[in-house]
Design a protein around this ligand. Structure first.
Ligand code: F6P
Length: 485
């Protein structure tokens, strides 16, 4: 029997369109962890993917109808520019993103002003409605069983209620790729907004989160902000005559993809360049320039380590490979500046020579260079303030050739799975991070080898296929007769 078709819905889609020098518009693969993780699904079953048109070329292609590539159909939703700006650059980021990652310094920010309310009323809500319209149109035109709807991430919190109201028999799953914060932090938002978000989420059949900690927070949130009945032990919520299951499903990576990437010509060329450049030891971080990633404290911790251990001056560099992110948002441009200032402060303090500098900041979107860095690190620093999962912590050990040591924030979603093989740090504690860098650099070889073997075994066993299967099982339980595995 043919595999059941799926309807995936996310803000950023599996492809984007660009115009070449010949004027032809062609499809490129879209970026980001979510897209990579879900793209595999399209290889094994028919998928219709609804996503935002993010450029003029995307909108141009959307006007021509859905784009088809084998069993994958991409339907792009074209938004009003201003509405989308309020939705993406004000409400989803930074307002929601900062709530989910506890990034607001509440003594001074945020102020829920006219701008934020406008971003909700005339941005987030209507853009979610456009997505719901597209989903409902797909469901209404489906032949046979309705395809399950798989909504992704914090961009789409209020679409579920709309879809449920218009297609009551729909099977709806929502997966959040970011942490779910503690209930009190939601109180940043006005009561009617936080209630609308939580009630809409309860229009789903299944809600997926990365870790048990996030599941606990979600259950506590809906208990506070809705009149639902929560069964914490069963991780179910009873709301308006329906039962919603909340599951912990840690996302992962495709190890074979990283085996292939590591052997690719582009990565090998970058490795050669890194080998020509490298000092005796390399401490690597690979991140988007997002405040949640804690880049500034990472640089400060490295400075502290060098001042505590002057014998390492000239021998080890912090290589920070950073992908510029969300630069239309003031909080992000300011953070980029803070990163650059922090690196400058350290490099001014420690004498830079022709062969060595303390911090090497490389701000560019260069994926092959990042993978080459994965192969070359001695220490990998993942000190996120809070992070949904952090796929770097899973990807890099697969590729690493130097028995590198992982330093991992206790607040990364990857920590429950990888923590026993890593050096755990509190992301706010500079001294602990500085000490961890030193411990990692002087760690005996057999301990390093055991730790990285543990990391690889964990990731290879709990790979992306397993995550996708878990999501399919969740859908099957939501409507057993409709979703075949
Ligand atoms: O981590 C959540 C997530 O939505 C990822 O799926 C994505 O890669 C990342 O945030 C970046 O989001 P954006 O591309 O909108 O900046």
């Amino acid at each position: 029997m043919a595999e059941q078709p799926l309807l995936i819905v996310s803000n950023r889609g599996p492809c984007r369109f660009t115009r070449g020098p010949d004027g032809e518009v062609t499809a490129q693969r879209g970026g980001g962890g979510l897209v990579t993780a879900l793209s595999g699904l399209a290889a094994v079953r028919p998928v219709t993917w609804i996503a935002s048109a993010l450029s003029d070329e995307d909108a141009e292609m959307a006007a021509r109808g859905p784009y088809r590539d084998g069993d994958l159909t991409v339907r792009m939703v074209v938004h009003d520019r201003e509405e989308y700006d309020r939705y993406y650059n004000v409400f989803a980021n930074p307002t929601l993103w900062f709530i989910h990652h506890y990034l607001w310094g509440l003594a001074t920010e945020p102020s829920v002003d006219r701008n934020v309310r406008l971003a909700w009323d005339a941005g987030y809500v209507p853009v979610n409605q456009r997505f719901a319209d597209a989903v409902v149109a797909e469901l209404e035109s489906a032949e046979g069983d309705l395809p399950p709807v798989m909504l992704q991430d914090y961009h789409l919190f209020v679409a579920p209620a709309d879809i449920r109201e218009r297609v009551p028999e729909a099977v709806i799953q929502h997966f959040s790729h970011i942490p779910w914060p503690m209930p009190d932090y939601w109180r940043v938002l006005p009561p009617e907004i936080r209630q609308t978000i939580h009630e809409s989420m309860l229009a789903c059949d299944v809600i997926g989160l990365h870790t048990a900690r996030y599941v606990g927070n979600f259950l506590a949130s809906v208990a506070q902000f809705t009149d639902a009945r929560v069964d914490t032990e069963a991780a179910t919520v009873h709301f308006r005559g329906r039962t919603v299951r909340v599951t912990s499903r840690p996302i992962s990576v495709d190890p074979e993809e990283f085996d292939r990437l590591a052997a690719s010509e582009a990565v090998l060329a970058e490795r050669e360049a890194l080998q020509a450049w490298r000092p005796e030891k390399v401490v690597l971080r690979v991140d988007r320039t997002d405040p949640s990633k804690n880049v500034v404290r990472g640089i400060q911790a490295f400075e502290l380590f060098l001042s505590d251990h002057p014998e390492w001056e000239g021998r080890v560099t912090l290589l920070a490979k950073l992908d510029p992110s969300r630069q239309d948002i003031p909080e992000y441009t300011e953070y980029m500046g803070a990163i650059q200032r922090a690196a400058r402060t350290v490099n001014d303090r420690f004498y830079t020579t022709d062969d060595w500098q303390a911090v090497d900041l490389r701000i560019s979107d260069n994926f092959p260079e990042a993978i080459a860095g994965y192969a070359e690190y001695d220490v990998l620093l993942v000190n996120a303030i809070f992070d949904g999962m952090n796929l770097v912590a899973k990807e890099a050990p697969l590729v690493n050739d130097r028995d590198g040591v992982l330093i991992l924030s206790e607040n990364a979603g990857a920590h429950p799975e990888l923590g026993e093989h890593a050096l755990t740090v509190n992301p706010f504690d500079l001294q602990e991070q500085a000490d961890a860098i030193h411990t990692a650099l002087v760690m005996p070889e057999d301990e390093r080898r055991n730790r990285i073997a543990g990391l690889r075994a964990q990731v290879r066993e709990h790979d992306i296929t397993r995550w996708v299967e878990a999501l399919m099982d969740d859908l099957a339980r939501a409507r057993p007769e409709a979703v075949e595995r």
